[in-house]
Design a protein around this ligand. Structure first.
Ligand SMILES: *Cc1c(COP(=O)(O)O)cnc(C)c1O
Length: 405
């Protein structure tokens, strides 16, 4: 017997659930890309994208995924041999550094491990030691989707300023935008990169590079700028075919209009952030409960460094994989695999799974996923603390009462 037939839920940290409204908006006959309503509609996307990231800077839209955003941001700013400092707190920081090295950029990686946030003291020391000011930029991931750490970007800017270093601050917000609070201008971020398939509730296929005037100045001297990635026509050209360096991704742009309507105009950023925070609190309450006995533990122990978009869970291997497979087979909920915590051929790989609470997610989806995990723990006779679902419902009830009082 399987209880998985019904509405399935892909609770992995990207691609996230896409609202039916967004899918329906994409389901259109090809619109004219040379004249007519599409042209005006695309112009309306930019101010809304900027308000999601809280910036008055520019935003370039590309066809591409997160890896494309990595490459777009790098090629717009650097030349071969330029030095940058990449702060890694999981697989995604390492990935951005690899992309840079592949382009011939001299990327120095400062690795903070898989269970911790950035050490500001180490960054401060490294920047202070760079008296020749060789480091052109500091790159950090806001939420590393592999470890589920959320780094303090505002604090990182303060740290760079305190060291008196002029480096640009570049941030990967692919997992965090429209989930965890992010304020590009107020936090002093010069470049932010985003992809469509996470908090923006879209299928994969679009990516975004936000940049401010300081970054645009650096761009003028970049030797790696290529015709396709060049952000100047993307943000300055009046014609659609030049904004997109060819045919625009029409269906995706129509979908994005709908998702931005939901995020910016119907819900508002404060409410989007509050929903993610509340759902994350419910997930953590359940995990605290499960972890009172047995081997279940959150990968990031300190709540201050946990993301509101995804939670990485550690459990004795191979129970992570067994539980994930059981939950998918029997309940229709797909949990995230272990990513970057151990090599895939290492038995330790089976000691992690991830619960996404990212994007188009509401209380019944998150509580449902938690209840299904709880059922799996019981069915597989995995040692765990009792009362986790109750703890999650209490967390939700308390948050709703607090918000309405
Ligand atoms: C998902 C993700 C990426 C990579 O995105 P792809 O679309 O898979 O290339 C990069 N960084 C972060 C933080 C992510 O969450």
């Amino acid at each position: 017997m399987s209880l998985s037939s019904g509405h399935s839920y892909l609770a992995i940290p990207g691609p996230s659930a896409v609202p039916d409204r967004v899918l329906n908006a994409m389901h259109r006959a090809s619109p004219n890309i040379y004249a007519g309503p599409l042209i005006d509609m695309v112009d309306t996307l930019y101010p809304d994208l900027k308000s999601v990231a809280r910036t008055t800077g520019d935003v370039a839209i590309y066809m591409g995924n997160g890896h494309a955003a990595w490459e777009a941001s790098l090629s717009n700013l650097f030349s071969r041999g330029d030095k940058i400092l990449v702060l890694a707190t999981g697989a995604f920081g390492l990935g951005w550094a690899e992309a840079a090295q592949g382009l011939g950029i001299n990327a120095e990686v400062m690795d903070f491990g898989k269970r911790d946030t950035i050490s500001m003291a180490r960054v401060h020391d490294r920047l202070s030691a760079d008296t020749a000011r060789e480091i052109k930029a500091v790159l950090a991931v806001h939420v590393d989707t592999a470890t589920s750490v959320r780094n303090d970007i505002r604090g990182l800017r303060a740290c760079i300023n305190a060291s008196g270093h002029p480096a640009l601050l570049m941030v990967d917000c692919i997992a965090s935008l429209a989930c965890d609070r992010f304020e590009m201008d107020a936090w002093g971020v010069d470049v932010a990169i985003v992809a469509s398939q996470k908090g923006l509730m879209m299928p994969p296929g679009l990516c975004f590079v936000y940049f401010n005037k300081k970054a645009d100045e650096v761009h003028k001297y970049a030797g790696l700028v290529s015709p396709y990635w060049n952000w100047t026509p993307r943000t300055r050209a009046p014609e659609l075919f030049r904004k997109f360096c060819g045919t625009a991704p029409t269906a995706h742009l129509l979908g994005l209009r709908e998702s931005l309507d939901m995020i910016v105009h119907e819900q508002g950023m404060a409410s989007v952030w509050a929903r993610h925070e509340t759902l994350a609190t419910a997930v953590w309450a359940a995990l605290d409960c499960w972890g009172t006995t047995g081997s279940i533990a959150m990968n990031i122990a300190d709540p201050a460094w946990r993301s509101c978009a995804v939670t990485t869970v550690a459990i004795n291997p191979p129970l992570g994989t067994r539980l994930r497979v059981w939950v998918e087979e029997h309940t229709g909920v797909t949990l995230g695999i272990s990513l970057g915590m151990a090599l895939a051929d290492d038995p330790a790989w089976h000691g992690f799974f991830r619960i996404a609470h990212m994007g188009h997610v509401n209380a019944h989806m998150t509580l449902g996923a938690l209840a299904c995990i709880d059922a799996g723990l019981k069915a597989l006779d995995i040692d765990h603390g009792q009362g986790a679902v109750e703890a999650a419902t209490k967390a939700i009830a308390a948050a709703v009462n607090a918000a309405n009082s």
